[in-house]
Structure formats: C-alpha cells, structure tokens
Design a protein around this ligand. Structure first.
Ligand code: ADP
Length: 447
C-alpha cells in the first residue's frame, strides 16, 4: 500500500480523496493555486504545495508543477479526482514514466474511451448495444445525410472528442443538417482542437442511466448497479439517484452482466462508468468515463462501499477480494448538486459565504469544502457542495432530501437550493416519471 498520495484536484473531491487516504493511514499532499490558499483541502492535508496562479491551465492542469510537487514531497501515487487531468492519457503516462502510480485505468484505456468513436466501436465489438448512428467518423456532409436518412430524424451530430455537452448539435429535419454539421465541427475544433464528428439518432424520451464498475489488475470486474442521471440542464447533471426509478433488479443484472463481461475482456482496471440512454426497455451505450464520477456517493450509499478506498487499493495492486454476488443493494439514495448559481438564470455567483450551516441527521451526507467566511473563487466549476441522502425507500429518500434542503443554510451567495426544493415537490419527479428532457422544460415554466 502507498504511504503518501498527492491529490491533483481541489474542492469537495480533494477532501473526499483526503478522507479515504486518512482512513487507510496514507499521508496526503494537496496542491493548490494561489486562489486556493485558504481552501479546506489545503488546510486538512498533511502537506500542501502551491502549483501556480488561479487559471486552471497554469495550476491544476500544470503537469510539470504537479509532478515536481509529487517528487519533492515523496508522494508515490497521484489521484486525479474528476475533471482537470483525470481523463488525460498523456498525464497518466507521464506520471507512470516518473515511477509514480496513476490512480485510475491505464493510459491506453483512457485514450481509447476519450475518443468516443473508438469507444463506441470497441463496445460494439464487445457486445454492448449502441445508439443507432454512423459507423465511426463522418467524412462528409453527404455521408451525414445518408446516415440521417437511414436512422431517421431528429439526429445529433457529436464531437468524437466531446465532453461537458460541447460539440453536440441536433438536426430536427434534413433542412437543419448542414447547420448542425458545421456548428458541431466548429465548436469541436475550438473546444478540443479536433473536429472529427459522428452521428446518432436523437432519442426523444430516454433516461440517462449509467453503471458503476470496478476492475482489478487480474481481470476481475464487478458492477455496483446503476445511477439515474436524467435530470440535466444543458447536458449537465443536477440531481442523481441510485437506483433508477425505471429499472427492475432483473434489468440491472442483465445490463450489469453485459458491461462487466465487456470490461473484463478489455482488461479494464480501476473505476469506470458506462453511460447509456435507456428508452423503451433498451439500453444504448453513449460513452464511458474512465474516472471517479461526481455522483459516485449515491452508489456508495446503496452498496455500502467506499469507491475511493477501492480505487486506491486496486491501484496499489490489491485484488478486488469479492465477486458480483457479494455486492448487494439497500434502499435508495439521491444526490443534489448545490451550485453557486442564480436558481433562475443559472449565472454563476462566486463570492464570500457569510453563513454556512450544513444539514445533518440520519441518512444525510454532505460532501463540500465550504466553511463560513470562505470565498468561492470565480475561476473554477460552480459546484460547491453535494447533498446526499439515503433511506429505505425512494419515497422516504425524497422526504429526507426535502428536510435536509430546508436545513441547509448558505448565505452570502446564491445557490440552486430553491430549484432543488421545487423539483423535489413536483408530482412527476415524485412518481419517478422523467426523461433527460424533463428538467429543461421544468426550468422554462414560470413559477
Ligand atoms: P458529454 O461527454 O459531452 O457529456 P454525452 O455523450 O455523455 O456527452 O451526452 C451527454 C448528454 O447528452 C446525455 O446524458 C444525454 O442527455 C444527451 N445525449 C447524448 N446523446 C444523445 C442522443 N443520441 N439522443 C438524445 N440525447 C443525447
């Protein structure tokens, strides 16, 4: 096992990793930008190294500075968290080339899944069902037209290098196709420096259901069930549940088996998430994330597992030590992402937190790096906390989340807590009756 780990991230996820390390008796090294000198992850870590100015590209994405920090502190492994360098195959490779362990999958698998076209063809070969669409990259607008005619409108043009919902454009009819084609490519070129695109049928009422998996270095792969992340705004998740209100245990077992078999054949190791669109009883793979997800806590609550601890253990070369039949699911969990944003306009609201009082009590978990007097910097993601509840049934989890949201005090900055309250009391949400389009329609309604 490692004796010291560098955490190449900030905010709540840096704390989350730090907590797992501490319970394993592992020393921690925090890295931070000059804007984060007073951050909680810096205060709680055993050592902290400043790696650059506020802009992420100069600090949290600064590979040379992060590697120097690891070297001077004698860290043996680096946990990248999510975002920043977590899905950067070159970074994973460089870390390993310096004799350190990258806590995550191999650089080869990160690269493979980072290109969504390769990800889809690989999964298809391994027997995982896909969203109907083009066989790989589209080479011309004419080809896009042919494929669109075959699968039927509406269609989606997507960037091979896409992420965060960027480089994705819908064509409702044949008349829109040229614009969607041009816009998706231009956005992909600007955001990712790569304008390769592919086409998918635009599904009209799917749910976003994803599967958490873990693999060790010896070919053992298990899954920890699904998360329903259908509640999204601009393709960004806002509220997640485990399990999905739409799935039966038998459907979960079936997709779980398909996924674990595929990843075991690939020799996939460490944590990963397969994302699917689910409609009319069919799962269609869209992409795989080769890292820890923001929403991993809902899985932890229903499976009673510490996924970060598992990531560290597996990266240290330990075996899983359990099989699929040892994993059981208990109750229901919901996570609300609390963003420092205006709950109506969604404009970011950085600033000083005048009062911070998180909720507590039975079945309530708050993953956050906030404290009273903390200044939320304007340079990074606006998510400032995750509120997670766990209860025996979905109905009780909803009641518990409503109670916890009412207790949550964050003063001085605006947050989306009022929006979460409205979602939780909506009858359709309460019935579990929603698709990926539901939240956009809900937030557009006057209230
Ligand atoms: P990104 O990596 O940019 O997040 P994804 O491929 O994961 O892109 O898609 C993000 C979201 O976009 C999905 O969760 C879903 O809401 C929507 N989406 C993606 N593909 C389709 C599709 N074929 N039909 C309808 N919605 C889609």
């Amino acid at each position: 096992m490692f004796s010291k780990i560098l955490i190449a991230n900030r905010g709540e996820i840096a704390l989350r990793i730090l907590r797992a390390c501490r319970e394993l008796g592992i020393k921690t090294v925090a890295v931070h930008s000059t804007a984060d000198e007073d951050a909680m992850h810096v205060r709680l870590a055993d050592e902290a190294v400043c790696i650059g100015p506020p802009a992420s590209r100069d600090s949290y994405l600064n590979v040379a500075a992060i590697l120097s920090a690891a070297t001077i502190t004698g860290a043996e492994a680096i946990h990248p968290g999510y975002g920043f360098l977590s899905e950067n195959a070159d970074f994973a490779e460089t870390v390993e080339a310096h004799g350190l362990t990258f806590i995550g999958p191999t650089a080869e698998h990160i690269r493979m899944m980072g290109d969504k076209i390769t990800a889809k063809t690989t999964m298809q070969m391994l027997g995982v069902p896909l969203v109907p669409g083009s066989d790989g990259e589209l080479t011309s607008l004419e080809e896009a037209r042919e494929v669109a005619d075959k699968v039927g409108y509406p269609v989606l043009i997507k960037a091979a290098a896409g992420g965060g919902g960027r480089g994705m454009k819908v064509a409702q009819t044949a008349d829109d196709l040229e614009d969607a084609w041009k816009m998706a490519r231009a956005e992909a070129r600007a955001a990712f420096g790569n304008d390769a695109v592919y086409l998918e049928k635009y599904m009209d009422r799917p749910r976003h259901i994803e599967l958490q998996i873990l693999g060790d270095n010896y070919g053992n792969v298990v899954h920890f069930g699904e998360r329903d992340c259908s509640l999204q705004r601009r393709h960004q998740k806002l509220l997640e549940e485990a399990g999905s209100p739409a799935l039966t245990p038998e459907q979960r077992d079936a997709i779980g088996q398909t996924a674990t078999q595929a990843l075991s054949k690939m020799g996939y190791r460490n944590a990963g998430t397969l994302e699917f669109l689910y409609q009319d009883g069919q799962f269609c793979f869209i992409e795989m994330n080769t890292r820890l997800q923001v929403e991993h806590p809902v899985t932890e609550m229903v499976c009673d597992v510490d996924l970060v601890r598992e990531q560290i253990r597996l990266a240290a070369g330990e075996q899983l030590g359990y099989t699929q039949k040892d994993i059981s699911f208990s109750g229901h969990a919901i996570e609300c992402r609390i963003n420092a944003e205006d709950p109506d306009s969604f404009t970011p609201c950085p600033g000083t937190v005048a009062v911070y009082h998180p909720p507590g009590g039975l079945g309530v978990r708050v993953d956050s790096a906030l404290y009273t007097g903390y200044r939320v910097p304007p340079f990074y993601d606006s998510m400032i906390a995750k509120l997670i509840v766990h209860a025996p049934t979905r109905e009780q989890a909803i009641a518990r989340m409503q109670r916890a949201l009412d207790e949550f005090v964050v003063e001085g900055i605006k947050t989306v807590i009022p929006l979460h309250r409205r979602i939780l009391e909506d009858p359709e949400f309460q019935k579990g009756d929603y698709t990926i389009h539901w939240l956009e329609q809900f937030t557009a309604k006057p209230h």
